[in-house]
Design a protein around this ligand. Structure first.
Ligand SMILES: *Cc1c(COP(=O)(O)O)cnc(C)c1O
Length: 369
């Protein structure tokens, strides 16, 4: 029998505050990218990340593109990225005409492995681009120790990790520049949207310039370089301001959901949920189940029959046709995780009953051998 309710893998938590701010933005007539909510969202987000500058952009992919451009990345440069990530990370490197270098992830964090990064560094390496995958921070201290003496920049892809901490420091402000996404399935959403964060005044000014058609700040309609329209609208920012005011609440609810999953799956041998390194304060973006008992696609089909939506892990970049020519080292960890991983539903709005309703068929599928 099919369950009467469909549980999506992810769902935004939109409340009265969001409705109020968005209505206010629409009523004010400031519907495009000029308006008070954009500035407020930027300054509130900078505080949230404990960083000097936050620049709102149209989405997480454009955030990555403009951040790489601000770092001066172009043809001939190599950018080191993890093999296991969403395609946007690698695409942003391709947009710049640079070469992505695919590096394996660490089994402790599922993020780029600093020891593998060290092997991949060449004289052409311009940027190391760690991704704080599924809400767990990459080991930023180890990466910065490799990058700093070699004058290599570090760009954090924090699209999945709003508010996560690495040894007490909030992600997005640890490397030279950081990027966030506010897509509908992310921890905080603006529908579509993104943010670039940095403590560097020069990088901040370059991002502001490039994301708004590279217009000379002193001469209107004079554009000395090719720029982009990567702006966020005031309506999106209104939604973002409300989400950000509720960030503690949304994160606490998600932590409760993650704890319920951990309790419910405790005691099943060979079944792993999201990693949690001792030095890290991860945030729960997706619930990630990695196991050897049942093929991930079989488990996904069983759950779909019960009205429970899931997602496979990201396909490693080295399997994508557009990244075939990328440079790559051996990638066993990315392959292992991608082959066995499945994302289970996670949303701030999931209650304990819902989670036990999901865990019942998961446990029975994993136990019936
Ligand atoms: C979501 C995501 C992006 C891209 O964000 P969009 O806002 O969808 O463009 C980039 N990197 C990672 C790791 C993501 O998960």
């Amino acid at each position: 029998m099919t369950s009467p309710r469909f549980i999506p893998v992810s769902e935004p938590d939109i409340g009265e505050l969001e409705v109020r701010y968005v209505t206010e933005a629409v009523r004010s007539g400031w519907v495009s990218s000029i308006g008070p909510f954009v500035e407020r969202f930027e300054s509130d987000f900078a505080k949230f990340c404990q960083v000097k500058h936050a620049i709102a952009v149209s989405n997480g992919t454009t955030a990555l593109h403009v951040a790489l451009l601000a770092l001066g990345v172009g043809p001939g440069d190599e950018v080191i990225i993890p093999d296991l990530t969403f395609v946007a990370t690698g695409n942003a490197v391709l947009y710049c005409g640079a070469k992505p270098v695919l590096v394996d992830v660490s089994p402790d964090t599922w993020c780029i492995d600093p020891a593998e990064v060290e092997k991949a560094i060449t004289t052409r390496t311009k940027v190391i681009l760690p991704v704080h995958l599924y809400g767990h921070p990459a080991d930023m201290d180890a990466l910065l120790a490799l990058a700093r003496p070699r004058k290599i920049a570090v760009l954090e892809d924090a699209a999945e990790a709003h508010g996560a901490k690495c040894r007490g420091k909030v992600v997005g402000g640890i490397g030279d520049i950081g990027c966030f996404s506010f897509y509908g399935n992310k921890i905080l959403t603006t529908g579509e949207g993104g943010m670039v964060t940095t403590n560097d005044d020069h990088l901040a000014a370059r991002v502001r310039f490039l994301k708004d058609h590279a217009m000379d700040p002193k001469r209107r309609y004079f554009h000395p370089e090719v720029g982009y329209n990567y702006r966020m609208t005031n309506i999106q920012a209104a939604l973002g301001c409300a989400q950000l005011e509720r960030a503690d609440e949304l994160l606490a609810k998600r932590r409760g959901v993650m704890d319920a999953y951990r309790e419910g799956l405790a005691g099943l041998d060979g079944v792993q949920l999201n990693p949690h390194a001792s030095w890290a304060d991860p945030v729960p973006w997706m619930v990630c189940l990695v196991q050897d008992r049942v093929p991930a696609d079989v488990l996904a089909a069983r759950l779909r029959d019960q009205g429970i939506d899931t997602r496979p892990f990201f396909v490693p970049m080295h399997e994508l046709p557009t990244f075939r020519s990328a440079l790559a080292l051996a990638l066993p960890q990315a392959d292992r995780l991608a082959g066995r991983g499945l994302n289970l539903p996670m949303a701030a709005s999931l209650d304990a009953d819902c989670v036990s309703g999901i865990l019942r068929p998961v446990r029975s599928a994993l136990s019936a051998l």
